[in-house]
Design a protein around this ligand. Structure first.
Ligand SMILES: [Zn+2]
Length: 309
């Protein structure tokens, strides 16, 4: 087989002599040296070889294979299909990561945590209030016991003097006031505790609502993920089929270029422009592509994309 010819910035070129054995009259300049191939087998071979060599400007991807010249047919549609499926796969992965339910779930989890913090705080306050209530009840009880014992003394007849009786009655009166004071405080604490208990019930109901929403969202996410995973699997199988219809070298080159060009790594030559070039192609490059056989897989020397002629 002929050697590849390196031609400046254009990287690799097929030797003119090999393409057109009959046309040995090399009166073209370098840029016109890509004469149209009149032989279908040659064209197929060129397509095959174009991407089995690393001898071009854009990148290296493996060594040049021992080409058997078998003229393997590369389906342009397959390469486009490969690109389309990769884009579809990216969209699916993006959708999987950015499921709407995930955002809602995150908000619900924040809400759930907020409820729990509040429930814990109110529960702690309720314990404090209940302790205070018991303490006041105990204090009231101690004073009540003292009142009972004083009243027993009052009516026992053991205290005789008028002054002593008056003092005892006065003490009983004061003790009863204190007892009522403690009882009021205990009642106040009890009412406060009831308010806190109601608050906790309300918060727990709200949290139960969030818990239920979270469970539903998790179920929905699981279902959505399974659906997307099935789509990804289908896409992956279709991609393997599309890849099998082209060449490993071309797939490798496409994969090498894909990170830079994304869903427009493989583009068409519309007859006067590479569809990937941001502006019009130089006439020289247009001319070069026009002279390539229809069905060729080329590299655009302007933007670096894979161009299907
Ligand atoms: Zn281009």
């Amino acid at each position: 087989m002929p050697d590849f010819v390196r031609t400046g910035r254009r990287g690799w070129e097929w030797p003119h002599r090999w393409l057109r054995p009959a046309d040995d009259n090399n009166d073209h300049d370098d840029d016109n040296d890509r004469s149209e191939c009149y032989n279908d087998d040659h064209c197929a071979e060129r397509i095959n070889n174009h991407h089995t060599t690393n001898d071009h400007d854009h990148h290296d991807h493996g060594s040049a294979d021992d080409h058997d010249g078998g003229g393997a047919v590369v389906s342009q549609d397959s390469l486009f299909e490969l690109q389309r499926l990769d884009t579809e796969s990216e969209v699916l992965n993006h959708r999987r990561v950015n499921l709407e339910q995930r955002t809602v779930l995150e908000a619900a989890l924040v809400e759930q945590a907020g409820h729990q913090v509040e429930i814990d705080a109110v529960a702690a306050a309720r314990v404090e209030v209940a302790t205070r209530q018991r303490r006041h009840e105990d204090e009231a009880q101690i004073v009540a016991t003292k009142v009972e014992s004083d009243e027993a003394r009052l009516y026992s007849g053991e205290v005789q003097g008028v002054k002593d009786l008056e003092a005892l009655q006065h003490e009983i009166g004061s003790l009863k006031e204190r007892q009522e004071g403690f009882e009021d405080l205990a009642l106040e604490a009890m009412e406060e505790a009831e308010g806190l208990a109601a608050r906790i019930s309300s918060l727990e109901a709200a949290r139960a609502d969030v818990d239920a929403r979270i469970a539903t969202l998790r179920d929905e996410i699981t279902v959505a993920e399974a659906e997307i995973d099935a789509e990804i699997e289908r896409t992956s199988l279709a991609r393997a089929a599309a890849a099998a219809e082209t060449t490993p070298e071309l797939v490798a080159e496409y994969e090498h270029l894909r990170p830079g060009f994304g869903s427009a790594t493989v583009v068409r030559f519309d007859g006067s422009n590479c569809a990937g070039c941001p502006s019009s192609m130089p006439a020289m490059e247009v001319d070069r592509m026009k002279h390539e056989a229809s069905g060729s897989v080329l590299n655009c020397h302007e933007c670096g994309r894979i161009v299907l002629r």
